[in-house]
Design a protein around this ligand. Sequence first.
Ligand SMILES: *[C@@H]1O[C@H](CO)[C@@H](O)[C@H](O)[C@H]1NC(C)=O
Length: 480
Amino acid sequence: MALLSTLPSLACLLLLAMALRPSSGGGSHDYGEALSKSILFFEGQRSGQLPADQRLKWRGDSGLSDGAEAGFGFPMAFTATMLAWSVVEFGGIMPPEDLRHSLTALRWATDYLLKTIAHPDRVYVQVGDPLKDHNCWERPEDMDTPRTVYSVTPDRPGSEVAGETAAALAAASMAFREADATYAERLLRGATTTFEFADSYKGAYSDDTGLKAGVCPFYCDFDGYQDELLWSAAWLRRASANVSFLSYIQNNGKTLGADDNINEFGWDNKHAGINVLISKEFLEGEVLWLQSYKQSADSFMCTLVPESSSPHIEFTPGGLIYKPGGSNMQHVTSIAFLLLAYADYLARSSRTVDCGGVAVDPSSLRRLAKQQVDYLLGDNPMGMSYMVGYGESYPQRIHHRGSSLPAKADRPEQIGCKEGSPYFNSQAPNPNILVGAVVGGPGEDDAYGDDRPDFRKSEPTTYINAPLVGVLAYFAANPS
Ligand SMILES: *[C@@H]1O[C@H](CO)[C@@H](O)[C@H](O)[C@H]1NC(C)=O
């Protein structure tokens, strides 16, 4: 008994020792290489006709009649917002080639989003039947499940998806301002009308039975549409400098949950991001009533940094930010992004985070972000990189159809819905390397089984990579 009960603690000690082992530290990772790869990943996710300069050659044209692979508009719009925010904050320090590729990836998403808002009083939110689609293991190039189209309208509103689309277009208009001013203007106009639509017809798509059947359970919005209205208003304010959006925030912030102090940030819940974004305006403009946004942003940071005595969010024994529910790396990359963006806003205005009287420096936020990225890239108990194609050891059996099925060039004939199952169940490594894909990552015990069916851990998503682009751009330019 005694021996048995000491075993788990031995295992813990071992893990702890591994976690505490001096990280190979400053400059051990090639952040520039990881940055280029994190952007390359988006080429593997393309739907439609591929351009001649497509670099991931094993992909082919797909979904030509609709334009978005399993086009779930809501998380896709969030991906676009975060990719745009990455460029807005860190594009200036990216190597020119990486900036160019980031904008290409962003435009792939915003061209699609512009199509979804091309009809007045309607936003298309999804193409494809998610249940039938999830029931098949098929290459995107072979996709033959129904391409059902879903939209939100004044009668069947969806302010969260319309709001996120507006936020994405507004953020993207800033990202494109220098490279393509005409396109940037078009994006901003689209953002404005889509925001008005989202705000005029308030409602949640998850509440509409027809849409619910289409979008839930995979991408249900559980947290309401209020945060997306505030988020898109904040982006429109920043992109347009139009004071009417500031008034909107002032008049509606309370009803939209601004004071609720919700420490979440991801495709479903934008609150911590809203607080960081609006804090910038407070820090730079000293608009006094905005101070509460800095207080909320501070309180979020205090749940993360070691200097603070506030209750902390969960970390794995190896030191990774951990939230239950699967696809944990999405939280890691989104939070790392907020840490770095907020650190920059604070540093530029010579301010600190206030954690109950303890002042926390921007450098502390950056240190935590770096520790998270270093874990992701290989400084972890498994000793593996969670980015495919980076480092010595990385996931071989990711939950990704195109990557796990033979390339079209090797097997041109159709592989039907159920014919893909043997590839899904196989123990063999994926034949096509989806370079730059970051998987959901290890569980709360730092363990990773590299198991294709275990989608919570082994699936890569665009909203994991989008904020990581900005984070890696920062560390590529500031490696230590
Ligand atoms: C500011 O935005 C509002 C709402 O979209 C619009 O009516 C107004 O014309 C805009 N003002 C300027 C100066 O662009």
